[in-house]
Design a protein around this ligand. Structure first.
Ligand SMILES: Nc1ncnc2c1ncn2[C@@H]1O[C@H](COP(=O)(O)OP(=O)(O)O)[C@@H](O)[C@H]1O
Ligand SMILES: [Mg+2]
Length: 249
């Protein structure tokens, strides 16, 4: 899916290598967590996977489509049809109800129709049924986040890209949310790539990609960890190891 992917930002005359030579494959239905310290390249990776920014090296292939072969318009269509995005800004339309926000991607297709039953099922699965006629400003941050997830899943995407989607949830809702996301992804055979700081969230994944200074520092098999604490300890061991501590000095 991703081969030798790299992205270097130019800041004035300075090159900022945000992502360096990252390669991995993720299967349909697989749940992959992406962890790393702040600034390690997690969001850059997701933006590249979504085709929102162009790589400076390597390639991204989603559903057998190399994103580099698509122009801007084609990539917008491809994204709408094959990917679900949940980024840190939820981008809900303030004047639309929850159910209209969720069905918006359907209406943006030529000849697209609403699918009220599917929408209702997703809202039910995400615990939002009672909120379906509310507007975004009448919802809590966590609820808005779940609306963004429902909207990302309405098109049966083959890939769901989520950047810290549990950041606004309390611990109980976080667990419930992860369980539901896993179920929905399995039912739709959707690959989930989920950025998180939280080992408890990562414990719901099949595999954890660990980024460090823009590089894929390790891939952890989640089943090898008996608890979130064990996973968190391993994470800190790898991230805080002195191997790269001197890289900024
Ligand atoms: N648009 C940009 N222009 C310049 N530098 C950027 C840009 N976006 C990200 N970076 C830099 O790339 C690195 C990785 O950022 P990011 O992917 O946002 O990290 P994370 O999501 O893991 O916190 C950081 O050093 C950040 O400052
Ligand atoms: Mg980020």
């Amino acid at each position: 899916m991703v081969r030798e992917l790299g992205k270097t930002f130019q800041q004035g005359s300075v090159d900022v290598p945000a992502l360096v030579d990252v390669s991995f494959c993720a299967a349909r239905g697989e749940f992959v967590a992406v962890m790393g310290a702040s600034g390690s390249g997690k969001s850059t990776l997701l933006h590249l996977l979504a085709g929102l920014i162009e790589p400076t090296g390597g390639s991204v292939v989603v559903d057998q489509q190399d994103l580099a072969e698509l122009d801007d318009r084609a990539i917008t269509l491809f994204r709408r049809r094959h990917m679900g995005l949940v980024f840190q800004a939820y981008n809900l339309v303030p004047t639309l109800s929850v159910e209209d926000n969720v069905q918006l991607p359907l209406l943006m297709e030529r000849g697209g129709r609403v699918q009220p039953e599917k929408c209702a099922a997703l809202l039910e699965a995400l615990g939002l049924s009672a909120r379906r006629r509310h507007r975004p400003d009448q919802l809590s941050g966590g609820e808005q986040q779940r609306v963004a997830i429902a909207r990302a899943l309405i098109n049966d995407p083959s890939v769901l890209l989520a950047d810290e989607p549990t950041g606004n949830l309390d611990s109980c809702n976080r667990e419930r949310f992860c369980a539901r996301l896993r179920e929905l992804a399995a039912a739709q055979r959707c690959t989930v790539l989920l950025v998180t700081h939280d080992p408890v969230v990562a414990m719901w994944s099949d595999r954890v990609l660990l980024l460090k200074d823009g590089r894929l520092a390790a891939t952890l098999d989640r089943s090898e960890f008996s608890s979130a604490a064990a996973l968190g300890a391993r994470f800190h061991e790898l991230v805080d190891s002195p191997a790269s501590a001197g890289s900024g000095a």
